[in-house]
Ligand binder design. Structure first.
Ligand code: GLN
Ligand code: ZN
Length: 783
């Protein structure tokens, strides 16, 4: 009797934070000096062992190693290749743990990490510490990585044995792993150089020997496969970059005899890089068939017949249970013509971006829960798929049936489908997406009604979320503080904020957002179609984890969400208080979104719900309503060719939200970034009456976008960098405004900080805003 052929099952990487966030607590304990490095490393070792054992127990056969990281796997790779910037004082050899964390967080720990690069805070004294590396989003995920910083005279040296050590660590436990490393081209491509015009990709020939040496060492340690991640292969590449892939893999493929490379691509289609990917002399290629199912046919047709194909079949980026039969049906034609011995099944990407285990969610609605799969459940799905391929569907009939039944139940559930919402979507007409009059007309009406001074002053919405505010919220959530007492507390905070804003002379006030836990969660909890979890944490960066809401059904707003708080705040003052809302695109981009309809359709539903709130605020008397779109830009697709379509519906959703009000009602929006040059048309097309943006850190660099483009509406370029604890002087702010006045007319300009103040302390906010008001007065007097 011959045993059935096995189809290997890979995970490509699993979450490293621990089921109960053990890594976070171990890190924070170490950083605060409460526990030793040895204790931290011991926790890390236990977490790795648990991950390996669990995967083995579930039937994963390509178990990854080196997917673990104390902070960030890109930072690990920077250390691995010895690309530690000079300012960290590293002299070669093994990189000490504290140097590693200095790169991650700055060398003064928390206080410093917060103030970011280039901090000149006098309160910090002369800086003996160093700022952290820059941090930014990893492709289109909400995971943040440390940005490698390269110089033209960059030297590289293999400076860490982590991949080898962790391979051996697993081997000692009797678990044979496939080490994962981040590929050289993606590493360089995601890095930056401060030297103008220098392209880090030029460093590739110097970098490759380090990778070659690592591969040799892994082979010596006993590895026969290595997974090299090159998600850059799903980006727009220029010929030079494609050539870099060929150059790199020609060499790496020969680095160690019998060490086979599984080249992993994910987060999208290979598209016009398919030929490049298929021309590389690697032993295996992983493709994302969730984001890009259509690419399977071409891959199957064009790939070398001796290539091992790793099929990314279940979603590594989202939380939905897979319809396994549908997947098997879809891949059948291609798999039929491909030797089973050269197939692996895998998630679309590493499971890093999904929560760990659905079983921890004991309070979730039972139906919703039956439609979900987190990292643990996804591994089960992969094993089922593998067995179905190797042994036939009948071998796993029960599991396949259960998955189909869950999919059918979800598709038919009244919890998902709300005919009223679907009817409203169908009824959206052009008029609902356009304000009644053009900006010039609105602006005249608003000026008459509002009577604001030149250079009006305002803030972005939130005031400090002090320890007291957080404590009260936690006590209320635990039932230790009654609803009435909690509300009374919030009212006192709000009133104090209003009084103080009046006192220092701000023109347009905010209520302070003390009642909000988070700018998305606060709304999600009041909307239909959203679910929230208790333990479904995913890593945002380092020890910061988030629990994104899960949008499972048609979205609607059962009742007003913010009107009472706005009314209360406005009742305290004759000055205008802005209504404060989170926009549909931001709510969408910061949630796990349903996969049974296009994102834009879900976004439209959210837009209608927030539109109802906008209209209710106006009816209650609000003359100004701010709709924050903090995450609009970060939702841009990876491929430029898809930007237009995205911006089309994203801008349309914003307009749908904002256009239900009269000309006299002033719509504000806020965005937390300044890199607008690419999308300035889209920003203008949102047609907000006033936009506030981040600029202070870049010295108004943003305004470059306005050199050739005449932004039509009003704009508040942030003059106070809220990411730093330092208090800007009056002259600094007037100087920034002077720069702004070179590009924009005085009548267009507002004076405001560059983001919400919730992360700051009152001791910082008070003097900063006093200075900001003084700066505006100086501008008025001089104008
Ligand atoms: N209104 C929000 C606040 O002030 C905006 C935050 C943001 O854009 N990130 O906190
Ligand atoms: Zn912001």
């Amino acid at each position: 009797m011959s045993l059935p052929q096995k189809v290997p099952v890979a995970t490509l990487g699993v979450p490293r934070i621990g089921r109960r966030r053990e890594l976070k607590f171990a890190l924070e304990s170490y950083w605060s000096g409460k526990s030793s490095a040895a204790a931290l490393l011991e926790t890390a070792k236990r977490l790795r062992a648990a991950n390996w054992e669990e995967q083995r127990a579930r039937g994963i056969t390509r178990i990854p190693s080196n997917d673990f990281s104390l902070y960030d796997h890109v930072l690990d790779t920077i250390v691995l290749v010895g690309a530690v910037p000079a300012r960290y004082g590293w002299q070669g050899g093994e990189v000490p743990l504290d140097t590693y964390f200095a790169m991650a967080r700055g060398s003064e720990g928390n206080a410093h990490a917060e103030c970011g690069n280039g901090c000149a805070d006098p309160a910090h004294g002369p800086h003996d510490g160093v700022p952290a590396l820059e941090m930014t989003k990893w492709f289109d995920t909400n995971y943040h990585y440390m940005v490698p910083q390269f110089s033209s005279d960059q030297a590289f040296a293999l400076s860490s044995s982590k991949p080898v050590d962790e391979f051996l660590e697993a081997k000692a436990l009797g678990i044979y792993t496939r080490p994962v490393i981040l590929g050289p081209v993606t590493l360089l491509r995601r890095g930056k150089s401060q030297e103008e015009g220098f392209d880090p990709l030029a460093l590739l020939p110097r970098l490759l020997p380090v990778y070659e040496e690592l591969l040799r060492r892994l082979r010596l340690a006993g590895a026969d496969w290595v997974q090299i991640d090159e998600p850059a292969l799903v980006l727009d590449l220029i010929p030079n970059e494609r050539e870099a892939f060929r150059f790199a893999y020609e060499r790496l493929a020969k680095a160690a005899p019998d060490l086979r490379i599984m080249l992993a691509t994910y987060f999208g289609a290979l598209g016009d890089n398919l030929d490049t990917a298929l021309s590389l002399p690697v032993a295996g290629l992983h493709v994302d068939l969730v984001r890009a199912p259509e690419q399977l046919e071409a891959v199957g047709r064009l790939a070398r017949k001796d290539l091992v194909l790793s099929l990314g079949l279940v979603d590594g980026r989202n939380v939905w249970r897979a319809d396994l039969c549908a997947i098997l049906d879809r891949i059948k034609p291609v798999v039929a013509g491909w030797p089973l011995a050269r197939i692996e099944v895998a998630p679309s990407s590493s499971l890093l971006h999904v929560p760990i285990d659905l079983d921890l969610e004991t309070a979730l609605d039972a139906d919703v829960k039956s439609w979900l799969a987190f990292a643990a459940q996804k591994q089960g799905e992969l094993v089922t798929l593998s067995r179905a391929l190797a042994e036939g569907r009948s071998a796993v009939l029960a599991a396949l049936k259960a998955a189909s039944q869950a999919a059918a139940a979800r598709a038919a559930s009244p919890k998902v489908h709300d005919p009223l919402v679907e009817g409203r979507i169908a009824g959206i007409g052009a008029a609902m997406k356009t304000r009644a009059s053009d900006f010039a007309t609105r602006s005249r009406v608003q000026r008459d009604k509002l009577g604001l001074p030149a250079f009006p002053t305002t803030t972005i919405g939130s005031f400090p979320q002090t320890a007291e505010v957080r404590k009260a919220r936690a006590a209320h959530a635990k039932g230790e503080l009654s609803h009435l007492d909690y509300e009374a507390f919030l009212k006192r905070e709000t009133e104090a904020a209003i009084r103080w804003q009046e006192e220092i002379g701000l023109d347009v006030l905010v209520h302070g957002e003390f009642e909000r836990n988070d700018m998305v969660q606060y709304f999600g909890e009041q909307l239909s179609g959203f679910a929230f979890t208790k333990h479904a944490w995913v890593q945002s960066y380092g020890s910061r984890y988030v629990r994104p809401p899960i949008i499972y059904g048609d979205v609607s707003r059962p009742r007003p969400m913010t009107v009472a708080w706005w009314q209360y705040a406005q009742s305290l003052t004759p000055r205008p208080v802005k209504g404060m809302l989170t926009g549909p695109v931001t709510i969408l981009n910061w949630s796990f979104v349903r996969d049974d309809q296009p994102r834009e359709r879900t976004c439209r539903q959210i837009a209608l719900a927030i539109r109802d709130e906008v209209v209710d605020l106006e009816t209650a008397g609000a003359t100004m309503i701010q709709i924050d779109e903090a995450a609009l830009r970060e939702g841009l697709p990876l491929r430029r060719s898809e930007w237009k379509a995205y911006l089309g519906w994203a801008v349309e959703c914003f307009r749908l939200t904002a256009s239900g009000v009269a000309d006299a009602t002033q719509i504000h929006t806020h965005m937390c970034y300044s890199e607008f040059n690419d999308i300035i048309d889209g920003i203008a097309a949102m047609d907000a009456d006033v936009i506030s943006i981040e600029t202070s850190r870049s010295q108004m660099e943003l305004l470059d976008a306005f050199r050739s483009y005449k932004y039509p509406n009003e704009i508040g370029p942030g003059v106070y960098d809220i990411h730093s604890p330092r208090v800007p002087a009056v002259e600094e702010m007037t100087a920034l405004m002077t720069l702004a006045r070179k590009r924009l007319a005085d009548g267009q300009l507002w004076v405001n900080p560059d983001c919400g103040l919730k992360t700051r302390k009152w001791e910082e906010v008070r003097p900063a805003l006093v200075n900001m008001v003084a700066a505006a007065r100086q501008l008025r007097d001089a104008a």
